[in-house]
Design a binder for this molecule. Sequence first.
Ligand code: ADP
Length: 246
Amino acid sequence: QLAASFNELLTAINQNAEQEREFTSNAAHELRTPIAAIRSHVQLLERRSADHPEIIPRSIHFIGEESLRMQKLVDSLLTLSRADRGTLKLVSFDLTAIVHETIEEERAVLQQPLNVKVATGVQVFGNAESVQQILAAIMENAGKYSPADQPITIELTADTERVQLTIADLGIGITDEDKARIFDRFYRVDSARTREIGGTGLGLAIVAQLVKINQSDIQVMDNHPQGSQFIMTFPPTTSSVETAPK
Ligand code: ADP
């Protein structure tokens, strides 16, 4: 029996090492693409800009775009590595206030109208900053993957059993097969629409890690009549949920 559990442990360690190798190779690959693009524009500028000054603004624009893409990727990698360490302070905080604050920030960047149904005075146990990050990431995805005129609904409900935060969109939706994979690191749905929109495939991996640190749960489901909904469930907070007076 000891040998069996030792073998199990060994398998787990090997799987972990394999995942790490895969992650590093993915990260390197993702960085290589913008680096190659930047280098080719620098070469172009060096060789041709004297004779063809008209290429200068276009190349500078590309270099700017590609370095921004690198910066986003590096920022995501750092956030993920911090989240992996799992050292966030968990305290009781006002989720209602955090949700409203995030909605107001996101309203400025999202094109879609927002449909807000947020229960008042909901207290939960967790890390407010990371919950804000989770909500922002999911709202931004809802914005990226749905038409500009289709509303995004943000709903916060609380009862003695649980506290739930739902973000629902009327966008392109996610197949059941992809639902199982979208939280994986670097996973992006393989469709023309997704490629066109662009992204790193790290956003939801960070969300998953932050949700774990918050000792919460997240699920993705179909929305009706179309699109997706992400439901974050916080651990029960019986004592802190405000109940309506009888
Ligand atoms: P990305 O940077 O590609 O958006 P994410 O990790 O945030 O990376 O999401 C992973 C993939 O999940 C996306 O590439 C997209 O295909 C899919 N996805 C995420 N959110 C939604 C959504 N609200 N509707 C449809 N597809 C989504």
